[in-house]
Design a protein around this ligand. Sequence first.
Ligand SMILES: Nc1ncnc2c1ncn2[C@@H]1O[C@H](COP(=O)(O)OP(=O)(O)OP(=O)(O)O)[C@@H](O)[C@H]1O
Length: 261
Amino acid sequence: MIRADNLVKTFGEFTAVDGISFDVKQGEIFAFLGPNGAGKTTTIKMLTTLLKPTSGTIELDGLNPTLKRNEARRRFGIVFQDPSLDNEQTAYENMELHAVLYNVPRKVRAERIENLLKVFELWDRKDDYVKQFSGGMKRRLEIARGFLHTPKILFLDEPTLGLDPQSRNQLWTIVKRLNETEKTTVFLTTHYMDEADRVAHRIAIIDHGKLIAQGTSAELKISTNSDSLEGAFLSLTGESLRDESASSAEGMRQMAKMWRR
Ligand SMILES: Nc1ncnc2c1ncn2[C@@H]1O[C@H](COP(=O)(O)OP(=O)(O)OP(=O)(O)O)[C@@H](O)[C@H]1O
C-alpha cells in the first residue's frame, strides 16, 4: 500500500532522510519510531506530496504521488503535529467544511460525520466551539476529520504529543478499532516506545535519517536479544531516545510544540 525505495531528502548540505526503504501492507498499522530530528516528519511530508524527495521513489496505493499528486491525495488523510482546526467553528462545522473540501458525497455526509463524532466520543459536544475543547478533544476531532473521506491510508504525525496517558490510550483504542472496521492502513510516527509497541503491527526504527531496523515488536526484541522494545532500541542505537534525556533547548522546543496546540 505504501512503498518507499531508497528515499533521500537533503536540505543544503544536510541529509535529513538518508536512503530509506520500506513497504507497508494494506490494513497494517506501521509505526515510524525515532527521536526528535530523526527524519520522521520529513519522511511523512514526502509520502504525502508536501515535500519533493531529493531522490528515490514512492508508491502509494500503486500510484507515484510525485507524478499523480491529486489522485494520490484523495487516497489518504493526514493529521499533522500542528493543529489545523478552526477554533472559531464548532466541532460539527469543522467536520462539515472538511467533508465539502474532500468531496464527501452530500448523501452520506451527515451520517458519516455523526458516526465518526460518536466513535471519537464527541457527538454530545458537536455544537461547541473548538476553542472550548481540551487538547485531547481537539486531537480526537482532528483524527475523526482525517477519517472523513474514507481514506485508504491515514498518516498520523506524532498524534499524541502533549496528551495525558488517558487521552493517548483512548485515542489509540479508537484508531485501532477504525483500522479494524474500515481496514484503513495507518502510518504513524511517534517517539513513545510504549505506543509503537501497543498499537503497531510493524515498527521501523529511524535515527539520523537512516532506518536501522524494522519488524514486529517481537522480531525486534528477538533480533536484539532484548525483553522490551526499549531494550531493542538501546541495543540498536546505543542511546536512549534523545527526548528522554532532553537537553534544555530540546525540552523547550517540546514545550513550545505542546503550547501551540
Ligand atoms: N526545511 C528544512 N530545512 C532544513 N532542515 C530541515 C528542514 N526540515 C527539517 N530539517 C531538519 O531535518 C532533520 C529531521 O527533521 P524532522 O522534522 O523530519 O525530524 P522528526 O524525526 O520528525 O523530529 P520531530 O519529532 O522533532 O518532529 C532535523 O535535523 C531538522 O532540523
